[in-house]
Write a protein that binds this ligand. Structure first.
Ligand code: G1P
Length: 177
């Protein structure tokens, strides 16, 4: 953004700087994101889960940024998955559709088999509002005993727009041969 941040008491991050934060304990994706709160500061930010490799042109995050410029709020990448695989993902309760954009009315992390609200799953690309850090701050453990990013996003439904963008390209799950 060409703007330097000062969240760490005088440390200046120049555009393009790479800063790393280590999650000291494996407490869940929501906790991992929360660990970066001082670096993110008070701006919208993107989360890219490196084990979801997205291939397409234009790229997934490029398309998400373009959509975000129209709708704002929280935005996730969404893809249809097989019914028998929905329990491995965050799953959306879909609202109205506008092309590749689907309104997110509800969200559940790893629903028990046969209980998923749809087969539209959250894929590991997110554009989030900084308020999510405040939600994560007071959040308990969710599915799998972990602090879930999905639960924080679900808690923000109604406070701001929330959409899923269906990505037409290919996803490779690096955890799956
Ligand atoms: C994470 C998220 C889940 C999402 C998935 C996408 O789960 O918690 O909502 O659907 O990434 O890959 P994980 O794969 O870390 O269990």
């Amino acid at each position: 953004r060409g703007k330097s941040l000062d969240p760490l008491g005088g440390t200046r991050f120049q555009p393009g700087a790479l800063v790393s934060v280590r999650q000291q304990e494996p407490l869940g994706l929501g906790h991992a994101v929360w660990c970066a709160r001082d670096i993110v500061g008070d701006e919208p930010f993107a989360v890219l889960l490196a084990d979801d490799l997205m291939v397409g042109e234009p790229g997934c995050l490029r398309r998400m940024v373009d959509a975000y410029d129209r709708v704002g709020g929280n935005l996730i990448c969404a893809q249809e998955v097989r019914d028998d695989q929905a329990h491995m993902y965050g799953v959306i309760t879909p609202g109205s559709r506008d092309g590749a954009l689907t309104e997110v009315r509800g969200l559940v992390e790893k629903p028990a088999p046969g209980t998923a609200p749809s087969n539209l799953a959250v894929i590991g690309r997110y554009i989030l509002q900084p308020e999510v850090m405040r939600v994560l701050e007071g959040q308990g453990k969710g599915a799998g005993g972990e602090v879930q990013l999905t639960d924080a996003m679900a808690a923000m439904i109604g406070d701001q727009p929330f959409h899923g963008l269906t990505f037409a390209g290919t996803r490779y799950d690096c955890g799956d041969k």
